[in-house]
Ligand binder design. Structure first.
Ligand code: ADE
Length: 430
């Protein structure tokens, strides 16, 4: 495996790879890391590699000609090669990408700098653009060194045991279990006894369970990529069951005050399907309470009759899991009543989140709201409107208005229970 790094600071790499695993791998001829000074591919006296961007704007751009000359002279046509550009605009680097790239025999890395490189170099030569995270570094050399290290670990022979890289965190898509070494008791804390038992089967089981626990609590999204056995899935379900609720989220389906087609303030009627489906969605995502905001007395009685059928009547024996979901429902005459009840229960007024299908200024995005909710410190009440949406006054009084859900179309008419499922998945899924 050969790395060829094109940079204006070749000295940057001098000491980086001159110790540890990568030094040994180079000495044993398993990998070769060559640096190429981009200035050596210029033809002018000043050896200039950059120029001002066409169309103005700050900063400088790498000129295409030296880069093209460098790539063309470095590329070894006899080797299976790939050209990588390090840039914050690239795909975010991961173990999966490192593994994929490790299949190549020659890896040419262009270390981006300044405002970037001439677009025509990207188009003609670059196979893959890689970012090491959503932040801006002062140069692509930092990213290149990270990329080289992570890729090398997948090259056979670089790590003593050729399978080691596959056992580390992320490779099986779970985080590693905690590690312990001597002394057995450190400042009053013992290492887990099972690790000293000599019982390899029990040790293996402990490690896998701890790995699951750690992944679930720190990076639950990795579970989606993992290949769990049936037994592990059962363990995971038990862990989820035992874990205290992480979030304090409540949901309300608002029948009043909402708009009708002509933007008059109205009350809409109860819809059986919405109540069933939304309560099932709420139950799935660990929502603590689901309010139907409905001020009309006759409507309230109708909902009560339906709930009674499923909670106390024949529905409860016919379909007990439906009962579990519908138990989350309570009827409130106003949004304020729901807020008061949450405040009583949680000892804190909930943050009010309104969902709306229309774009407006200062809306909150899903990731940002998810991070706030997942801190688990404050309760949140998420309002879903019926009819033509929740009225302006409520939107203006909310702490957050959530961005509309958009697909790659301009069709924007999701059913409320569909929208609720998507929103809760984005905010509360594992
Ligand atoms: N160059 C500057 N910032 C970078 C980043 N985050 N990843 C890769 N290359 C970069």
């Amino acid at each position: 495996m050969e790395f060829d790094v094109i940079t204006i600071f070749p000295q940057f790499f001098d000491s980086l790879f001159s110790f540890g695993i990568l030094k040994r791998a180079q000495e044993r001829g398993i990998i070769k890391i060559n640096t190429h000074d981009l200035r050596n591919y210029t033809r002018d006296k000043r050896k200039s590699v950059d120029d001002r961007p066409y169309g103005g704007g700050g900063g400088m751009v790498f000129r295409p000609t030296p880069l093209a000359r460098a790539i063309e002279s470095i590329k070894n046509e006899d080797l299976k090669s790939v050209v990588i550009l390090t840039t914050p605009q690239g795909e975010v680097f991961s173990d999966r990408i490192a593994k994929e790239v490790s299949e190549f025999e020659q890896i040419i890395i262009i270390c981006g700098r300044y405002e970037g490189i001439d677009e025509r170099i990207r188009e003609k030569y670059v196979d893959r653009e890689i970012s090491i995270g959503d932040y801006v570094l002062s140069g692509g050399e930092y990213a290149a060194s990270v990329v080289i290290d992570a890729i090398s670990r997948f090259v056979t022979g670089v790590l003593g045991n050729k399978y080691s890289a596959y056992h580390d965190s992320f490779n099986e898509s779970l985080l590693e279990h905690p590690q312990y070494t001597r002394p057995y008791v450190f400042r009053g804390k013992r290492a887990p006894r099972v690790l000293l038992s000599g019982n390899h089967k029990a040790i293996k089981k402990w490690k896998r369970l701890e790995s699951l626990k750690r992944t679930l609590s720190r990076k639950p999204y990795l579970i989606d990529r993992s290949n769990l056995t049936f037994e592990e899935i059962k363990q995971l379900e038990m862990l989820i069951d035992k874990a205290p609720p992480r979030t304090k989220v409540y949901v309300a389906l608002v029948h009043y005050p909402v708009y009708n087609k002509t933007f008059k303030k109205i009350t809409t009627a109860f819809t059986n399907l919405d109540v069933h489906d939304m309560s099932r969605v709420c139950k799935t995502y660990g929502v603590k309470g689901f309010y139907l905001v409905q001020p009309v007395y006759e409507q309230q009685k109708l909902v009560e009759a339906v709930l009674n059928h499923w909670i106390k009547g024949p529905g409860s024996s016919f379909n007990p899991t439906r009962t579990d979901a519908l138990r989350l429902v309570s009827i409130k005459s106003s949004i304020e009543e729901a807020i008061d009840q949450i405040e009583k229960q949680e000892g804190l007024k909930p943050k009010l989140v309104v969902t709306d299908a229309r774009h407006r200024n200062s809306m909150i995005g899903y990731q940002e709201l998810r991070e706030k909710i997942q801190k688990g410190t404050e309760p949140y009440l998420i309002l879903f409107g019926t009819g033509w949406g929740i009225v302006k006054e409520v939107l203006e009084s909310a702490d957050y208005v959530l961005k509309p859900i958009v697909g790659y179309t301009n069709y924007n008419h999701l059913p409320v229970r569909g929208a609720a499922a998507i929103v809760l998945d984005r905010l509360l899924s594992i």
